[in-house]
Ligand binder design. Structure first.
Ligand code: ADP
Length: 491
């Protein structure tokens, strides 16, 4: 692994160092053990089994959560079905909207607590959970609350009816935000839900269950059950589920798509990605460097739309890579609760070994690996920001999603070449273009086979904007008006 000490120009801490500014977690109230949230009540699992959820930055246990089996899934789906047909779909749409607004407001009130829980359970820097995850989760509830009584305007000339019970399975990278993406549009359109958070990050979803109780939603409208893959599969295969919304790996997405084939269940799948972040010679270089950093190191690179392939036009490659290395050396890696921290803990031991193994493959295949010289804590799961140069289109680390802080860098000469290379992947979720020519930004982005393309920025999210992929990145869109469509029948 190549170290590069010629990159110290931006090292600011020779005289001044950042004093730790940890967010206090003392006031956080978590139970020692969480049951399943079914029909408005926390209920012990039929299996009587519980599993531990830990803090990936310290490896310490935080709480135990219940493991739902097929009979718990059945209870949750039955509660959702009854609530849908007897209560939720009968409510005036404006009344449904009021409940959703109430959830949004309570999320805002409890934002600090939720941000801390998201950080201790998932490893992401508090700055991100505080400034991005939680505010965006509330924003999704606010946005879809507004649509609840305006569905006739959402789809002009058409009438809508709810689809029924939605089974929603979410990943560990944005736990509360993904719950909001899924639950808010479903409820606005008159559906009820059974949601399962990922096994490593269940705590904010369980807090959301408490918020739903506090908001006094009719029992059964939202059911939140915990467990691993088998619980997810039981939701997917339950006969009374009408729609599946899944965000996670492409491998599991394919399993789900196979199980749903031949059924009349609707589905949306938001899967992996391997986005190209493209920097042209006429780009504002310092801004582009910030965009590259944000694109790959936001949330430790645990982002399906991460800009994990960097394409730099040849004439500026040396300058961009040099500046990138300098900037990486200034990133603070460590305690996720510290407000100075830029890069937190890797979400789990399993994810850390996956990242390590793909990096080893990259080296074996001839890639040149450069890593930050930053120190990392001895306990917990950590991976230093890493760059690869000398990689080819066929390299494993250029084709496969690493889902970690690892950037593969390639160069290009012409626009045609970079479009060809950018699209040459099984995925098609997102991309970035950096140029000071507006026309070029439009031309390139329209040719990228990706659901979202950012121009001169990266990783910007908004509830009004649809998000989703092509090819192996999935089917369907979430967010905006598009995000309502999977939850309504139109006639
Ligand atoms: P990752 O690779 O990011 O961990 P996964 O696709 O394995 O993503 O997990 C995303 C979500 O899918 C999690 O909530 C997980 O428990 C769930 N899951 C895993 N396997 C299955 C399955 N066979 N059917 C349904 N859900 C599953």
């Amino acid at each position: 692994m190549k170290k590069n000490s010629a990159t110290k120009d931006l090292k600011f801490d020779t005289k001044w160092t950042y004093a730790p500014a940890p967010e206090s977690a003392d006031h956080i109230q978590l139970k020692d053990r969480y049951d399943l949230f079914i029909n408005g009540k926390f209920t012990a699992p039929a299996s009587k089994k519980y599993f531990d959820t830990i803090n990936p930055a310290t490896e310490k246990r935080i709480a135990s959560v219940a493991e739902a089996n097929a009979s718990d899934v059945d209870k949750a789906v039955t509660a959702a079905k009854n609530a849908q047909s007897k209560v939720w779909s009968k409510l005036a749409p404006a009344e449904r909207g009021k409940y959703i607004y109430r959830i949004a407001r309570i999320l805002q009130e409890k934002a600090r607590e939720l941000a801390i829980i998201e950080t201790i359970n998932g490893g992401k820097p508090i700055r991100e959970s505080r400034d991005i995850d939680i505010p965006l989760a509330a924003a999704h509830f606010f946005y879809y609350a507004g649509w609840a009584d305006k569905l006739d305007y959402a789809f002009p000339g058409m009438k809508t009816s709810p689809v029924g019970v939605a089974g929603q399975i979410i990943p560990w990278n944005f736990p509360l935000l993904m719950a909001a993406w899924k639950i808010a549009p479903a409820l606005a359109a008159g559906n009820t839900v059974v949601l399962k958070p990922a096994e490593t990050t269940p705590l904010t979803a369980l807090k959301l269950a408490e918020i739903i109780q506090e908001a006094d939603l009719p029992p059964g409208v939202v059911n939140i059950i915990t467990g691993a893959g088998a619980t997810g599969a039981a939701i997917v295969n339950h006969p009374n589920i009408n729609k599946i919304a899944f965000t996670g790996s492409t491998d599991v997405g394919k399993i789900i798509q196979k199980s749903l084939a031949g059924t009349d269940k609707r589905y949306t799948l938001e899967l992996g990605g391997k986005a190209a972040n493209i920097i042209f010679e006429d780009a504002a270089i310092n801004q582009a460097v910030e965009g590259i950093i944000n694109g790959i190191f936001f949330n430790q690179g645990h982002v399906c739309c991460a800009g994990s392939r960097l394409f730099v036009q040849e004439g500026i490659a040396n300058e961009v890579i040099k500046k990138l290395k300098q900037r990486i050396e200034t990133l603070i890696v460590g305690d996720p609760l510290d407000k100075n921290t830029d890069i937190g803990a890797i979400n789990s031991k399993a994810q850390l070994s996956k990242i390590k193994s793909l990096v080893q493959t990259g080296i074996k295949e001839g890639g040149e690996c450069w890593q930050s010289e930053c120190a990392v804590p001895s306990k917990g799961f950590w991976f230093k920001p890493t760059l690869f140069t000398n990689v080819a289109q066929s390299s494993t680390i250029v084709q496969e999603e690493i889902f970690g802080p690892v950037l593969a860098i390639q160069t290009f000469r012409t626009a045609e070449e970079v479009i060809e290379k950018a699209n040459n992947t099984p995925y098609g979720l997102s991309g970035g273009v950096w140029t000071d020519k507006g026309a070029k930004a439009f031309k390139i982005s329209s040719k990228l086979n990706a659901g979202v393309v950012w121009a001169n920025t990266y990783n910007k999210f908004d509830p009004t904007s649809p998000f989703g992929g092509y090819k192996e990145s999935g089917v369907g869109r979430e967010g905006g008006l598009h995000g309502l469509m999977p939850y309504v029948n139109l006639f």
